[in-house]
Design a protein around this ligand. Sequence first.
Ligand code: FAD
Length: 952
Amino acid sequence: MVRVIINGKEVDAPEGKPLMDFLREIGEHVPGFCYTGELEPYGSCRLCLVKTQRGVTTSCTLRPMEGLSVETLTDEVVSMRKTALELILSDHYGDCIGPCQEGCPAHSDVQGYLALIAMGKYHEAVKLMKEKYILPAVLGRVCPAFCEDACRRNLVEEPLAIRQLKRFAADYDLEHGPWMPEIPPSTGKRVAVVGGGPAGLACAYYLRTMGHEVTIFEAMPELGGMMRYGIPPYRLPRDVLDKDIATVINTGIEVRTNTALGRDITLEELREKYDAVFLGVGAWRSRKMGIPGEDLDGVMHGIEFLRKVNMGEKVELGERVIVVGGGNTAMDVARTALRLGAKVTVVYRRSRAEMPANEREVEEAEEEGVEFLFLTNPVKILGDGRVEEVELIRMKLGEPDASGRRRPIPIEGSNFRVKADNVILAIGQYCDEEFLKSLGIEAKRGKALVDEITLQTSIEGVFAGGDLVLGPSTVIESIATGRRAAIMIDLYLKGKLEKAKAVLTEPVKHVKDVVEDEDLYRVLFDLRPYNHWKKVTEKDYEHVERKPRAKVKLLDPEKRRRSFEEVEPALTEEQVLKEAERCMSCGCMEVFRCKLREYATLYDAKQDAFEGEQNKFELDESHPWITLDNNKCVLCGQCINFTHEVAGEGVVDYLFRGFKTMISPPLGEKLGDMDGRFIGELIDICPVGAITEKLPFIKPGPWKTKAVPTVCNGCSFACEMNIEVYDGILVRASSRADSWNLHLCDYCRFGRPWAEDLAQPLLNGEPVSWEEAKKFLAEKSYALILTPELTNEEIVFFKEFAERKGIPIGAMVEEGLSTATFEDIRKAKRVLLKADVEKFPLLKILLKGKEIVEEGYDVAVLEAPAQPLDVPTLILHEGVNAAGLLRAGIKGIPQSDAYVVIGRPKGELKGEVLVLPAGLWAEKAGTVTNAFNMELKVGRAREGFSPVELFQ
Ligand code: FAD
């Protein structure tokens, strides 16, 4: 041990190992790609830099020495790490996430939920959506689908029907008992949410999921805001809205409707009684035209008109209705007025191309019979107390204005008049500035002023979101701000708001704070993650198969112009599954594990800090289980070191030199040509997404998996590993740095024995029902035969069961218990090997560098059946828990006319044989005893069937 100073603190450090290992052991943040601890470091990635008395140096190549003083996060170190990252990023070609996710204002994991939908996992898809937004059934109907605008299929033929896919999953979820989040115990903090529109509902929901107590104060009789009082039911049926809102409120949110801030309750009262306040009161003021006649009877404003109709109030409409405006509100007004029996003309001052309304809305309005007068504007409304005529003027388009659209200019002398009974103005909304000012909240240009990052208003502890802050926006944008506000309120309640703001403003100045504080880490990765982008054009997708987008046939226009029935039907399930498969899975499969993305986020590295030529390599897809993408490779060399030095397989090497260097099998070969038993290890070793697994699913996700520590059941090594699980999906196996074996063979990884079992019982080799199996158990007298597919705890259970019932018990297991420990094998130099290395691939790694001899050996490695020799002997079995059975004294086959085998039998049995599944390995918990006699823990990755249940 030597005395060293780490970030000003004196500590004892071991001399022998790299400083980087020690720093990580004591919890210091040290990034790095190229060193794992298994082999000698060489410091090529330059990320593990630290400052010492002698200057800045790589900590993987430095060893602790007496008096060494180290600083891990000085400005200089941080800046040099950032530069190293930016150099790496300058030649990294790939997308971290799909453009759909970036396009979504809530940045929801579109690729992830589409993959779940493609697998028919609709509840799971909704659960994933709800990480970032609420009300998926509403959004599945009314969202403008920014994700679809961003979809890369636009470069192929048409974007994916993401909104419709969402709708299907969300409707399924509502129908089959909606997924509900788990609410943690109360934090004791109380938050008042004013306004029950999408922004308020989202803020309330996400605060609830953090354990805060929430009350919504809503001025109107019902929740929903503009979704209920603006959007007409033919686009958003009210039962869907009600059910979607119920999934929010049923998380335990208190609701006070008919309670308006400013009328029934004051802001002071709320601030006194609650720990924070969120304002999501929307933008409910209608813009006026400022023309003569605007106050005549029969003139209305769009949202007032819709509110009345949507509340079931009687609205007197004449025969001829003029609707002024070109946005979505104007379309809703026109189509609603049409449904009330009027003849409707929309007057819009620009041309059709400039209309802000969704194309879809305009088309549907036209189909229903709404007429349009483009390049026309009202100048006067005429009538004697009541509207009779409207004077209009023709317009032409001039230069583009601030909005980028061409400015409409009146054509002098082009005035003309049309008869009208009503004029409905739908030319824009804004928030009630006077009201805000009366609360003491600053507002400008029809919006509440908030801090852009924290959404805090000019009053401390009062936050705002939705249309109130954005101006008239959309449901998804309002939800996104509601969620952001919830995150900020949570940080405010924890006293971390200012720090979080500083982190989100300049992450690189706060690396230490972020790595030391879970909340700051979470908020940085949630709201400001690094995302790398490929620059692509249609040319890049020339080879992609053209597949038409799923379409629905809308309700017949004749039928819909007289009813408020939903216009757009859902896709069928068949269409949904096919459509989801059109997703090109643009995002990286390793996005949740990529170290490069993690470091780039922490150090705020920029993709284009160093411009220059970029390599564009062809993907190597030749291997059945993995893909090699050199475009993403950072040349850390870990895969090469592993395959040469550890596995001794030499699967990949550096090819070419300088800028063109790539990782590859020998020249002329593809990965698929390579012979290796540890090729899958390259996936775990690769710190970026250059080597990825081809998962056996229709769509591979990726999903943010949970690593459940367990052991492999492939053979009696029982290698420690993780099963990576996402919401019950057994995604893949991965190796564990803390395991005795360190590495996993390809059989365990890709053969997935841990996800396999018999589908159902077999009677004399034929599948039978569970009822028949139970009948056999109840009626027959049988001997019980165990297999090594059982845990030690299951073995004990069956042994006791058999003893209690007087049932003969035996096992399908070969003889032979080891006398060698893992240490014996590790230390041995000369080995007698009488086992098939192909069957037990880990032997390749364990015996690397040892002499295989027939005589004069220090240890023996044998394959069962076998007896230990006079040196430490490792006896290997095919079944994972053979040693467990042998140690429990269960072996041999008793005489019987009938047998019940638990697990897959090896060999024949005479008589009637009922074979029962042993249960999926991934669903078991307990212990096994491996060939080294180590007792190892089996972790349950998900709930499932256990054969024990049948005998209880
Ligand atoms: P709102 O939805 O306006 O909710 C504000 C809530 O606050 C209301 O419930 C209101 O009653 C309440 N409130 C107001 N003042 C007080 C007070 N003093 N005290 C208590 N409560 C108060 N978006 C889409 O994405 N797709 C569409 O197809 C679409 N169509 C639209 C059609 C129309 C006609 C309109 C007007 C909007 C449409 N939008 C659409 C926009 C979308 O509805 C809004 O952007 C969204 O509802 C704004 O959410 P919010 O929570 O900020 O405000």
